[in-house]
Design a protein around this ligand. Structure first.
Ligand SMILES: Nc1ncnc2c1ncn2[C@@H]1O[C@H](COP(=O)(O)OP(=O)(O)OP(=O)(O)O)[C@@H](O)[C@H]1O
Ligand SMILES: [Mg+2]
Length: 458
């Protein structure tokens, strides 16, 4: 039994009891009230009709006849003379009727009849009085009585029913509490335990089959969250171990070359050569750390993309100029195919990194004497920038992973060319932060094509 099902169950119980009490009062006052006024009315009319008979035949025989009629009926009668003296009664008479009539003497009564006692709850009878008049002169009164026992019995029965309903609804609520705890709150409790486990870093959460309602959806969401956290944790561990592995090799180099450079037997030229290697390797390391830092920022979305309208042609042209020397060295032709007027909304500094990384790859992984194409196209609501090379290409088994951090197709091949496998992951993060998308196509020996899509409305 858990708190939430008790709460829900009690709420249910209170709700039912409220309805029941409301219904009871409605029936109690309404039902009893109308019943009583009906009885009073018919009692008064009955008294009036006796009175009319008596006004027509005011004699001893008629008086006795009326008394006899009432003796047979459920109702009772007491007839008095003009002085209020009781001259006829029906038998048996409801208890206290005589005393009441004696008390009521001297009242001035309306001709259409008067209600003398309407309090059915506390008195054993209700009563009406109809004056008898001959030639505008009071000659007596017909008092009618009716036992209230029937009505009181009816009300008692009503009360009894309500007690039974009350008990049944309490039982029903207890059953509901059990049912609730089984069907509604049990999954909630399970989810609570699951999230507690999650917050303690245990991601092996299994919530089992889910229903299609909101609770089931919540369960599915929690399961997805747990799986995602699990994946992130593993990814992070993997990433950390690859980083330490990556750092290990250059540091080993550094240490090795430093040892060699320290040797007394070295000539000046040799020593400089070693020191240059050390410097280069340190530079590469520093670049790696910068890239990693940038990726960490991109991952956490802690950096700001400050977009502005940029004329793409002159922007790309300017960046490409930095590659002139390297291109010439490898005798590679670079063609920029971009309409002059195209403008895009980008963060020029961040986006420069995208272009540089892609050109760097195209250059690094292409043979001498080949060609690189940069093509810009404006389509409805979007602009694409395509980088095409005739380089060595990427095997299709590696293609899905090239955007992963620290992923390189062939460790030895890019070690030579100095990459850590971060270039494309930085490209992807920056392009996506701009609201764009990046795709890659490649074939071994055929070349590689990377396409960047920028939407104009973001
Ligand atoms: N244009 C391309 N032609 C052939 N292979 C490519 C090309 N671009 C990327 N690759 C392959 O994809 C891998 C990942 O590329 P990425 O740019 O992320 O890393 P990198 O170039 O090795 O290192 P970094 O860019 O960090 O210096 C590369 O190691 C390379 O094998
Ligand atoms: Mg690269």
């Amino acid at each position: 039994m858990n708190r939430i099902s008790i709460k829900l169950g009690l709420l249910f119980l209170v709700f039912i009891l409220l309805i029941e009490v409301g219904l009871f009062f409605y029936l109690y006052t309404g039902l009893a009230g109308t019943r009583i006024s009906e009885e009073l009315e018919s009692l008064r009319l009955r008294g009036n009709s006796h009175r009319e008979v008596l006004e027509k035949h005011h004699d001893s025989a008629t008086l006795s006849h009326v008394a006899l009629m009432e003796s047979e009926a459920e109702t009772d009668v007491i007839i008095t003379d003009e002085d209020g003296k009781i001259i006829r009664t029906s038998t048996p008479l409801v208890k206290g009727a005589r005393e009441a009539v004696e008390q009521w003497q001297g009242y001035s009564l309306r001709y259409k009849g008067e209600i003398m006692q309407g309090n059915w709850k506390n008195k054993p009878y209700i009563a009406t009085a109809s004056p008898i008049r001959l030639n505008k002169k009071n000659v007596g009164t017909v008092y009618m009585f009716e036992n209230t026992k029937d009505i009181q019995d009816m009300i008692a029965r009503l009360q009894h029913h309500f007690y039974i309903v009350g008990v049944i609804s309490v039982l029903f609520s207890i059953i509901t509490i059990f049912a609730l705890s089984k069907f509604i709150t049990l999954p909630l409790i399970r989810m609570k335990r699951a999230t507690q486990k999650l917050s303690q870093g245990d991601f092996s959460v299994k919530l089992g089959a889910h229903s299609r309602d909101e609770l089931g959806q919540l369960g599915t969401s929690i399961q997805t969250l747990a799986n995602e956290l699990h994946r992130l944790k593993e990814e992070r561990n993997e990433f950390l171990s690859s980083i330490s592995h990556e750092l290990q090799t250059p540091l080993m180099y550094l240490k090795g070359y430093a040892d060699v450079a320290k040797r007394q037997s070295n000539s000046e030229v040799e020593r400089n050569k070693y020191l240059n290697i050390i410097e280069e390797e340190a530079q590469r390391l520093s670049q790696l750390v910068k890239d990693l830092f940038q990726l960490a920022q991109l991952d956490q979305h802690t950096f700001l993309i400050q977009k502005q309208n940029v004329k793409l042609y002159s922007y790309l042209h300017h960046i490409i100029q930095h590659f002139d020397l390297a291109l010439k060295e490898k005798d590679i032709q670079l063609q920029l195919n971009c309409p002059q007027e195209i403008e895009v909304n980008i963060d020029p500094e961040r986006f420069q990194q995208v272009v540089v990384n892609l050109l760097d790859n195209a250059l690094k992984y292409s043979d001498n004497g080949t060609e690189i194409l940069v093509i810009v196209r404006e389509l409805p609501k979007k602009v694409t920038i395509t980088f095409k090379d005739q380089g060595i290409g990427i095997p299709s088994t590696d293609l899905p992973y090239v955007f992963d951090k620290l992923y390189r197709v062939e460790k030895s091949r890019s070690r030579k060319s100095g990459g850590y496998g971060l270039g494309l992951s930085i490209v992807k993060e920056i392009v996506e932060a701009h609201g764009g998308a990046v795709t890659i196509e490649s074939g071994v020996g055929k070349g590689t094509m990377v396409e960047i899509l920028l939407r104009e409305d973001v």
